[in-house]
Design a protein around this ligand. Structure first.
Ligand code: GLY
Length: 383
């Protein structure tokens, strides 16, 4: 049986695993990624809205700090990635407009605005008329909105392609198979047995397998909590060149209690998301999901039903018990977590990559990662 050793073994080559593999390799570590299809996962489906301010929930201030830190790094991260890979990431500084369609929505948005003000976040209240002046395709009934000039967008698919290329150029090794079992030596994570029969050993193993992270055979009980899959269905429409500019920035709203967002890309793609469904690992696109997305998006921007619908898809967000990520060493020596990013995987990629690379090279958990220690969920580990 072939055995090879490496400094860092990353289980899961989705956007999170790739980002940290690239950063760790840049710091001189020998890194290997195990994934049957690197660059796959939820980022292939995600709209790529970078929205720490407009997606802010009450009680999530530590997550806001992490999201803001990642958002601030995005422009430089995307530019460096393009330089390293020769590929564009679709990062665009568009800003986001969150609008209200009725008086209840307007009150809710006003409350969110007050919350933003208390936290000192840049967010501007606009009347319905001012919203439509920014985005003339909005429904005439829009009652008001919040303009957040720092919530931007990136194309998750382009980002993944660029990360695979940058990792390859930085010397990251890829094993295009699944991890079949975590191997332990003297109570320490020491390697994995692979689905294809091989075996890899490593000084440090990073578990970055999204909603599959806790399911790795051999993982001792109590090390990781269950990471629940939260399905999101999403639509891709195409804006013909003759319709441009259809929308100039991300537009979002809450319609009948459901979040809906529209992300217009520079290449004419318009992404509409997303459902939020907790029903296991199923990724079927349903007629009901497509209907609800189109119905709600149509209330926001009636003209979009004229556009060609080019793709429907569904992905799984990895939700931890408190919906915040798990970043850093686990209770099992040698095993590090980078998972549970829930609705924020694309946003949190740059900061996760930096924090994990710092931990992997220094053995010290950076202060920004401390609130997200996996140990907040650990019970006694039976290794
Ligand atoms: N961040 C958007 C979503 O998860 O739907």
């Amino acid at each position: 049986m072939a055995r090879t050793g490496t400094d860092v073994l990353v289980i899961g080559g989705g956007i999170i695993g790739l980002g940290l593999a690239w950063r760790a390799a840049q710091r001189g570590l020998a890194v290997t990624v195990v994934d049957p299809a690197p660059g796959g996962g939820a980022a292939q489906v995600a709209a790529g809205m970078l929205a720490p301010v407009t997606e802010l929930q009450y009680g999530e201030e530590p997550l806001l700090r992490l999201g803001m830190a990642s958002n601030e790094r995005y422009a430089a991260f995307a530019a460096e990635l393009t330089e390293a890979s020769g590929l564009d990431t679709g990062y665009r500084q568009t800003g986001t407009l969150a609008v209200a369609l009725d008086s209840d929505d307007r009150e809710e948005l006003r409350e969110l605005h007050r919350f933003h003000q208390r936290l000192g976040l840049a967010s501007q209240w606009l009347t319905g008329r001012e919203c439509r002046k920014l985005e003339p395709m909005l429904a005439p009934g829009v009652r008001g909105g919040l303009h957040v000039s720092d919530d931007h967008q990136v194309d998750g698919r382009r980002l993944c392609r660029a990360l695979v290329e940058a990792c390859t150029r930085a010397g990251v090794g890829f094993h295009r198979t699944s991890a079949a079992e975590l191997l332990l030596t003297d109570g320490r994570a020491s390697g994995v047995r692979l689905e294809d029969g091989g075996q890899l050993t490593a000084d440090q193993i990073v578990l970055a397998a999204g909603p599959h992270s806790h399911l790795l055979p051999g993982l001792p009980e109590g090390v990781l909590p269950a990471i629940r899959p939260v399905k999101g269905q999403i639509l891709r429409l195409r804006i013909p060149a003759s319709y441009a500019p259809f929308l100039s920035r991300n537009v979002r709203a809450v319609v009948r209690g459901q979040h809906i967002y529209l992300v217009p890309r520079a290449d004419g793609e318009l992404v509409i998301g997303a459902t939020s469904e907790e029903q296991g690992y199923d990724t079927t696109v349903t007629a009901g999901g497509v209907y609800e997305l189109l119905r709600d998006a149509h209330e926001l921007v009636p003209g979009l039903t004229e556009l060609p619908l080019v793709e429907t898809s569904a992905g799984l967000r990895p939700g931890s018990p408190d919906n915040a990520p798990l970043l850093g060493p686990t209770a099992l020596p040698g095993l590090v977590a980078a998972t549970g990013h829930y609705r924020n995987g694309v946003l949190l990629t740059p900061v996760t990559a930096d924090l994990l690379a710092e931990y992997l090279t220094t053995g010290v958990t950076p202060e920004l990662a401390a609130p997200f220690s996996p140990s907040r969920f650990s019970s006694k580990v039976a290794a």
